[in-house]
Design a protein around this ligand. Structure first.
Ligand SMILES: C[S@@+](CC[C@H](N)C(=O)[O-])C[C@H]1O[C@@H](n2cnc3c(N)ncnc32)[C@H](O)[C@@H]1O
Length: 199
């Protein structure tokens, strides 16, 4: 018996339009884009359909996510089969890429995942190439909205290693791996998009 493997993430359906609008500005017109933590795969499919000059390489550590991504991407020429990738791992099954995108991961994983993401992106991007992040951030030591403070508390109650990250800490991590300071876009629901460029 074979069921429909496609998962649905309601947040992805809500935020994919605003994220795509920024990616149109921030990603190169052509090349290979590694998405880390693709989840259901709905983002990769939406972005690949709208940005036909790019090829997307989705990834996730969760096997059921990989099955969902591949089910959503069936028949699309510019999405590669999803690969298993834990950002915190020393080895990634992906070589050089032209951009790295990661949406809503670093606050729902231990800090080691953020460290690995930045380290792995730095090792695969040429000078000037972007690492693009999306999610909630604390800025200047404070939450940007009460809803983000409540979300942070809920994350930490679920796993003390999780939590909304400090923009300055992520920027320092990126700087230590050779990225420049981030460009910022304010997004709906008190999220931010960050673009770090490899120095
Ligand atoms: C909240 S979901 C976001 C999924 C998708 N990016 C989206 O916005 O719909 C978090 C994702 O991060 C993935 N994840 C958790 N830890 C990770 C790690 N260490 N490396 C890469 N992905 C990770 C999970 O498997 C999950 O798919």
């Amino acid at each position: 018996m074979s069921g429909d493997l496609r998962r649905h993430a309601p947040a992805a359906a809500r935020n994919r339009g605003p994220i795509l609008a920024v990616l149109r500005d921030w990603l190169p017109a052509e090349g290979l884009v590694l998405e880390v933590a693709s989840g259901s795969g709905e983002h990769a499919v939406h972005f690949a359909a709208a940005l036909p000059g790019l090829v997307f390489q989705p990834s996730d550590p969760d096997p059921s996510a990989l099955a969902s991504i591949d089910a959503w991407a069936a028949g699309m020429a510019n999405i590669r089969p999803a690969v298993r990738l834990d950002a915190a791992a020393a080895e990634w099954a992906v070589g050089a890429v032209d951009a790295v995108v990661c949406i809503n991961m670093i606050h729902i994983a231990p800090w080691a995942a953020a460290e690995g993401l930045v380290r792995g992106a730095a090792a695969r991007l040429a000078a000037g190439a972007p690492l693009v992040l999306y999610g909630p951030y604390r800025v200047g030591g404070a939450h940007t909205a009460p809803s983000n403070a409540a979300f942070d508390a809920a994350l930490r109650a679920r796993d003390p290693a999780w939590g909304v990250r400090e923009l300055e800490a992520v920027s320092a991590l990126a700087a230590a791996e050779g990225f420049g300071p981030p460009e910022l876009r304010e997004m709906p629901a008190n999220n931010l998009m960050l673009r770090f460029r490899r120095g």
